[in-house]
Design a protein around this ligand. Structure first.
Ligand SMILES: [Mg+2]
Length: 346
């Protein structure tokens, strides 16, 4: 196994809970399976995964991919999810290539999707900017939009949500993402607005640690989706507490594609849906996430249209977004021969 660092600039700075970021720094991971090279990616994101330094040290210390993948901490989760993701993806890619299957077909026991619907993200701008972004997304063929809320006064956000529904029309699926910004009173009010406007769900209305609060917000006519909570309290407690209608699953934060599918299957058994999203990863992890989405038990729009946030990338994207959908590469592995240059050790 070996790993190689990379650093990619974002087109514009991204504000996260852990501060503003301008670049995505990560590692390409390669494993050798009897001469077949599997490719993975570890791109840590503070707040969601271990730090860059911890990720680098973990990859450098990993001699044997299998024993690294077998390690879990006391909660059954990985303390180094980004490093683990890179290794798990690389091993799965190699094994899928050996089996002559696409990664999605290799990961799934059931039918896989040929294309995956993806949502567009509408930022937290003014009402006018929100309407403009909505029209642009709908014109671009997106049938699901996620609107960022929580940064502005709740009355302004309510006006923004109304404007989005009006501009998008009735046929478009709408979601809102508050990133944990609201207290219970505001969240209750805003969920009622979202329900009235026929939004399908509101993501992370309350603080990530407030599992019980989210459980109480359910059943108001709009779904409650949890995202940040998966990285802090973990999927097991969320499911045991009936705290969500939808889990937002980030393979990089959950520790790998197989881990992510396991979470999605556990959710599905309890009637909870899963959507797959990236952590603004480079192309190898994004394509990995596309395969995970194609292997999901449900077919909800996923948050995979994030490649355009990078100013440059590791390779040409073999799964670009077209008309609000991504075609799943046929394989073998991640994308056939598309990444052959990346498989060669530099
Ligand atoms: Mg979110």
């Amino acid at each position: 196994m070996d790993s190689e660092s990379f650093s990619l600039a974002l087109r514009s700075p991204l504000s996260t809970a852990a501060g503003s970021i301008r670049r995505r720094d990560g590692f390409l991971v390669r494993v050798d399976r009897d001469g077949v090279i599997g490719l993975g990616e570890s791109t840590p994101l503070p707040g969601w995964t271990e730090s860059h330094e911890e990720c680098e040290a973990t990859l450098a210390a990993t001699q044997d991919p299998e024993s690294m993948l077998a390690e879990t901490d006391e909660t059954g989760r990985s303390r180094r999810p980004a490093a683990r993701h890179g290794v798990e993806l690389a091993v799965a890619d190699a094994e899928a290539r050996v089996a002559g299957k696409s990664l999605a077909a290799f990961l799934s026991d059931g039918a896989i999707a040929e294309t995956v619907p993806v949502n567009a993200t509408v930022g937290d701008g003014s009402v006018d900017a929100t309407v403009e972004a909505t029209c642009e997304a709908v014109d671009g063929g997106f049938s699901a939009l996620k609107v960022k809320v929580g940064a502005r006064d709740p009355d302004v956000d309510a006006a923004r949500l109304r404007a989005v529904r009006e501009a998008a029309g009735d046929g478009v699926e709408l979601r809102a993402d508050a990133n944990g910004a609201w207290d219970v009173e505001t969240a209750t009010r805003m969920l009622d607005v979202a329900a009235e406007l026929d939004f399908s769900y509101v993501e992370q209305p309350l603080d990530a640690d407030d599992v019980e609060g989210h459980a109480e917000l359910r059943g108001r006519g709009v779904g409650v989706a949890l995202d940040e909570s998966l990285a802090t309290v973990g999927p097991a407690r969320i499911l045991a507490s009936d705290a969500a209608d939808v889990l937002v699953c980030k393979p990089m934060a959950l520790g790998g594609p197989i881990r992510t599918l396991d979470v999605a299957y556990q959710a599905s058994e309890r009637g909870v849906d899963a959507v797959v999203t990236t952590t603004i990863d480079a192309v190898v992890a994004r394509v990995g996430a596309v395969h995970v989405a194609a292997a999901l038990p449900e077919r909800l729009s996923c948050g995979l249209a994030t490649g355009s946030m990078l100013a440059d990338d590791l390779a040409l994207d073999p799964a670009p977004v077209e008309g609000g959908r991504v075609r799943v590469p046929a394989g073998p592995g991640l994308a056939g021969d598309t990444f052959s240059a990346l498989r060669e050790r530099s």
